[in-house]
Design a protein around this ligand. Sequence first.
Ligand SMILES: Cc1cc2nc3c(=O)[nH]c(=O)nc-3n(C[C@H](O)[C@H](O)[C@H](O)COP(=O)(O)O)c2cc1C
Length: 254
Amino acid sequence: MKLRETLCNISYGMYIVCSRNGSGTDTRCNGQIVNTVVQVSAEPPSLAVSIHKRNLTHEYLMASRVMTVTVLNKDATLAFMGPWGFKSGRDVDKFRGVRTLMGRTGVPVVLDYGISYFEAEIVGTMDAFTHTIFLARIVEAEPIAPGEPLTYLCYHELKKGKTPMNAATFIRAETPVATAPPQPAPVHSAAGAAPLKETTAMKKYTCKLCGYVYDPAQGDPDNGVKPGTAFEQVPDTWVCPICGADKTEFEPES
Ligand SMILES: Cc1cc2nc3c(=O)[nH]c(=O)nc-3n(C[C@H](O)[C@H](O)[C@H](O)COP(=O)(O)O)c2cc1C
């Protein structure tokens, strides 16, 4: 069975699903990245989404039975999507610094990198092994800003994004791994830094959140870090190109 090859041919978009829990002043909100939103009927208009049972968003969807869905555009960065897709609302406030509007369902709608949004009321659930499929009737649908939708393919192929284990479409073989096999010792250190003799002496660092490995031999040229830059010399403003974690989330490889 060619499961991996064939599953990769299914197309998806990229979305942020939000929900809430509690009421009044005790209302808490959370959201997460999903690629599994699909329209399932036109009359009435409805959506389905598959959410991992361990996610905080799952708990909130079960409790409130309402959600918002933001359709992400092609400009959405890994740094923006990282917390929504790799961190849990149990550990971080994903809404900090993010533009939102309050929907009529009492659930925030993420506006950053959004081209449109839906609000929906959950009318049914179905057990799907590790996940629950939520069937929801659309009660609101509005544009946010012009743009092209971000596809799952673009997220992977162009942005080099990864998918964590809790995603419905996680494929074990694509577990985040080192970016490249060991290379011959490179050239120079970052601008302004002392030349480094051998990068083999420089340690690789692993992101504790998503498993991305910073390899000094490769640097991160897409984000301004030249090959041959020791992790210690990477600017403190640099973030993990996969999940947006800052440098403090990295640990040296033993
Ligand atoms: C590209 C991508 C696609 C994802 N798709 C889904 C999905 O369809 N369903 C799901 O439950 N989780 C999906 N996830 C994982 C969740 O976003 C992730 O587990 C999140 O940290 C859950 O947060 P929460 O605990 O705050 O709800 C996806 C993540 C990424 C990066």
